[in-house]
Design a protein around this ligand. Structure first.
Ligand code: FRU
Length: 492
C-alpha cells in the first residue's frame, strides 16, 4: 500500500529546516508521484519536479549556455530549507535540469542558500553572490553575503568566509546581492531593512578582480519616499545606457504606487547611475513592473548579446496556491527581453519563444465556446473596439477567466472569480492595467499554459502575469463579440 501524505498541513519550523537526508524513500517517492501527476503541471514553463520554487537566481550566460538557477525547497510545497537548483539552455526555451547546485551546508548558510546572482569571472569560472540564511538556537536570524565559484565542470566551490556581513544600522533582513559590472569594476546592490524598520537598497564595491573582498559604499538613493519596511531582490541593468532598478519593496505605501498583490515588484528608470554618491540620477517615480496577480522577485541581467533578459517568479511570498495539495508550487515566467521606448519599460517574451509555436490556426471567437483541447498556447488578438474574451472556460460558460477590454479609456481587466477553485481571495479577484489608446488598436499576445497566463499588451507596453488553476477539460475560448484571432499550440 502506498502511503499518502498531506502536504498542506502546517509545517513547524523544525520540519521546515530538517536536513534533506532525513526524508525517507517512502516520502520522496510519494511526493514525486504526486507532483509529477499534478493536473496543474505546465508544459513549457520551468517548474520544480517536487516542492517549492521561488525566486530566479544567478541568471547569466556562461560556458556557452544560459544559466538560470532558482530557489527551491525540494521536500514540500512550503518555504523550507532552500537550495539553488540549476537549469541551463542554449536558446532560453529548452532547459536542461542540472540539479541542486548550492546547498545549505556550511555555518554561513545553514538555514538556506538564499537568493543572489552570478557574473562570469573568466571562461572557466562563474562567480556567485548569494545570501546565507542562518538561525541561532533562539531562532534569531543572521544573514551573510557569501561567494562561490561555479566552474565549467559543474562544480561549486564556496569561499571559506562571507564576503559581507550586516553593517551597523541594519537588521538581519539584509539579502539578495545582485552583482554587476560597470567599466570592469564589480558592484552589488543588496536589499535591506534599516534598524528603524524601513526598507532600502545598499551598494557594495569589490576590492579586487577575483571578487573575494568587498566593502560597502552606502545606500543607493533614488527616491525620497519610504520604501516600506524591507526591500527584497534589487537588480540593476543598463538599457540603452539608462539604469533600470527593479526591486520588491515590501509594505510600500499604496499612495506611493498602488498595487493589489501582497507585495509589489516595482521599477525605476533613471538617466544615469552615479556609483560614487551613490544615486540614480534623475530617477522616475516607482512603477509596477507587472499588473497581474502573481509576479515577484524578477531578476534581470545584461546578456553578452546586448539584450537585457529577465525571469520572474510567478508566485508571491505568503500566498498558498491549489497545487500545494500535489506537493508542488511555484513556476518561473517566460524569459522576457526588457527594452525602453520613450522612457517606458517594455517587457516581451524573447524572440526565441516563437520556436514553441505549432501550426498557426485562424480562429473566430464568438459567444459559442470552442474547445482547443489544450491550455498551452499563444493567442494573438487585435481589437479596435471594446470586448470581453474568455479563456480557460468550460463548455457551458459557467467557469472561466475573463479579460475585459475597454477601448474608450484604455483599460484591461483580468477577472478570475469564476474559476472552480479560488486562492489568495484576500487580495481580490480582478487586476487592471491601462494602455495607450492613441493608436485606437490594442494588440494582445496571450501565453497560456496549464496553470499560468502571461498577457502582453501592445508588444510589452504592459504585462499581466498570473497563475490560473482550473480543471483540465476547461480549455474553451469564447468572446462577447465575434473577433478573429491567431492561435498557436505551444509545445516543447
Ligand atoms: C524573495 C525572498 C528573498 C530571499 C528568498 C528566500 O522571495 O524572500 O528575499 O532571499 O526569497 O527563498
Amino acid at each position: 500500500m502506498k502511503k499518502k501524505f498531506d502536504y498542506t498541513k502546517p509545517w513547524t519550523s523544525p520540519q521546515r529546516y530538517r536536513a534533506y537526508k532525513e526524508y525517507n524513500t517512502d516520502y520522496v517517492t510519494a511526493l514525486t508521484d504526486a507532483a509529477i501527476a499534478s493536473r496543474y503541471r505546465n508544459s513549457y514553463h520551468i517548474e520544480p519536479a517536487t516542492g517549492l520554487l521561488n525566486d530566479p537566481n544567478g541568471f547569466s550566460y556562461f560556458n556557452g549556455k544560459y544559466h538560470l538557477f532558482y530557489q527551491v525547497f525540494p521536500y514540500g510545497p512550503v518555504h523550507g530549507l532552500k537550495s539553488w537548483a540549476l537549469m541551463t539552455s542554449t536558446d532560453l526555451i529548452h532547459w536542461e535540469n542540472e540539479g541542486l547546485k548550492i546547498m545549505p551546508d556550511t555555518i554561513y548558510d545553514s538555514h538556506g542558500a538564499y537568493s543572489g546572482t552570478a557574473l562570469p569571472l573568466s571562461e572557466d569560472e562563474l562567480f556567485i553572490f548569494y545570501t546565507g540564511n542562518t538561525r541561532g538556537a533562539d531562532q534569531s536570524r543572521a544573514a551573510y553575503q557569501n561567494g562561490a565559484i561555479y566552474d565549467k565542470h559543474g562544480k561549486i566551490t564556496k569561499f571559506d568566509h562571507p564576503l559581507l556581513t550586516t553593517p551597523d544600522g541594519y537588521t538581519n533582513h539584509f539579502r539578495d546581492p545582485m552583482v554587476f559590472k560597470v567599466d570592469d569594476q564589480a558592484y552589488a546592490v543588496i536589499g535591506a531593512q534599516r534598524s528603524d524598520e524601513t526598507g532600502t537598497v545598499v551598494l557594495a564595491k569589490a576590492d579586487n578582480a577575483d571578487l573575494t573582498s568587498w566593502h560597502y559604499k552606502g545606500e543607493l538613493h533614488f527616491t525620497d519616499e519610504k520604501l516600506g519596511y524591507m526591500v527584497e531582490c534589487p537588480n540593476i541593468v543598463l538599457i540603452d545606457q539608462k539604469p533600470v532598478l527593479i526591486l520588491c519593496p515590501q509594505g510600500l505605501d499604496k499612495r506611493i504606487c498602488d498595487y493589489d498583490n501582497v507585495f509589489p515588484n516595482m521599477y525605476v528608470v533613471a538617466d544615469a547611475l552615479n556609483l560614487d554618491t551613490p544615486e540614480l540620477v534623475n530617477p522616475s517615480t516607482l512603477h509596477r513592473l507587472d499588473d497581474g496577480f502573481e509576479v515577484y522577485a524578477t531578476q534581470a541581467f545584461n546578456a553578452p548579446d546586448g539584450r537585457v533578459l529577465a525571469s520572474s517568479w510567478l508566485g508571491l511570498p505568503d500566498i498558498d496556491v491549489p497545487s500545494q495539495a500535489d506537493g508542488v508550487q511555484g513556476i518561473l515566467s517566460l524569459v522576457k527581453e526588457l527594452t525602453l521606448k520613450d522612457g517606458k519599460l517594455y517587457q516581451y517574451p524573447v524572440a526565441e519563444t516563437v520556436s514553441l509555436r505549432q501550426a498557426a490556426q485562424k480562429l473566430t471567437l464568438s459567444n459559442r465556446p470552442i474547445s482547443q483541447d489544450t491550455n498551452s498556447y499563444e493567442l494573438e488578438v487585435e481589437l479596435s473596439s471594446s470586448q470581453t474574451l474568455y479563456l480557460f472556460a468550460n463548455a457551458d460558460k459557467t467557469s472561466f477567466v475573463s479579460l475585459h477590454v475597454d477601448m474608450v479609456i484604455g483599460k484591461l481587466t483580468l477577472d478570475r472569480e469564476k474559476l472552480p477553485v479560488s486562492w489568495a481571495e484576500d487580495y481580490g479577484y480582478t487586476r487592471t492595467t491601462y494602455f495607450d489608446t492613441q493608436s485606437e488598436k490594442l494588440k494582445l499576445n496571450i501565453f497560456a499554459d496549464t496553470s499560468s497566463l502571461e498577457i502582453f499588451v501592445n508588444d510589452g507596453e504592459k504585462v499581466m502575469s498570473s497563475r490560473i488553476f482550473t480543471e483540465p477539460e476547461n480549455t474553451h475560448l469564447f468572446a462577447d463579440n465575434s473577433v478573429t484571432a491567431t492561435f498557436w499550440k505551444l509545445e516543447k
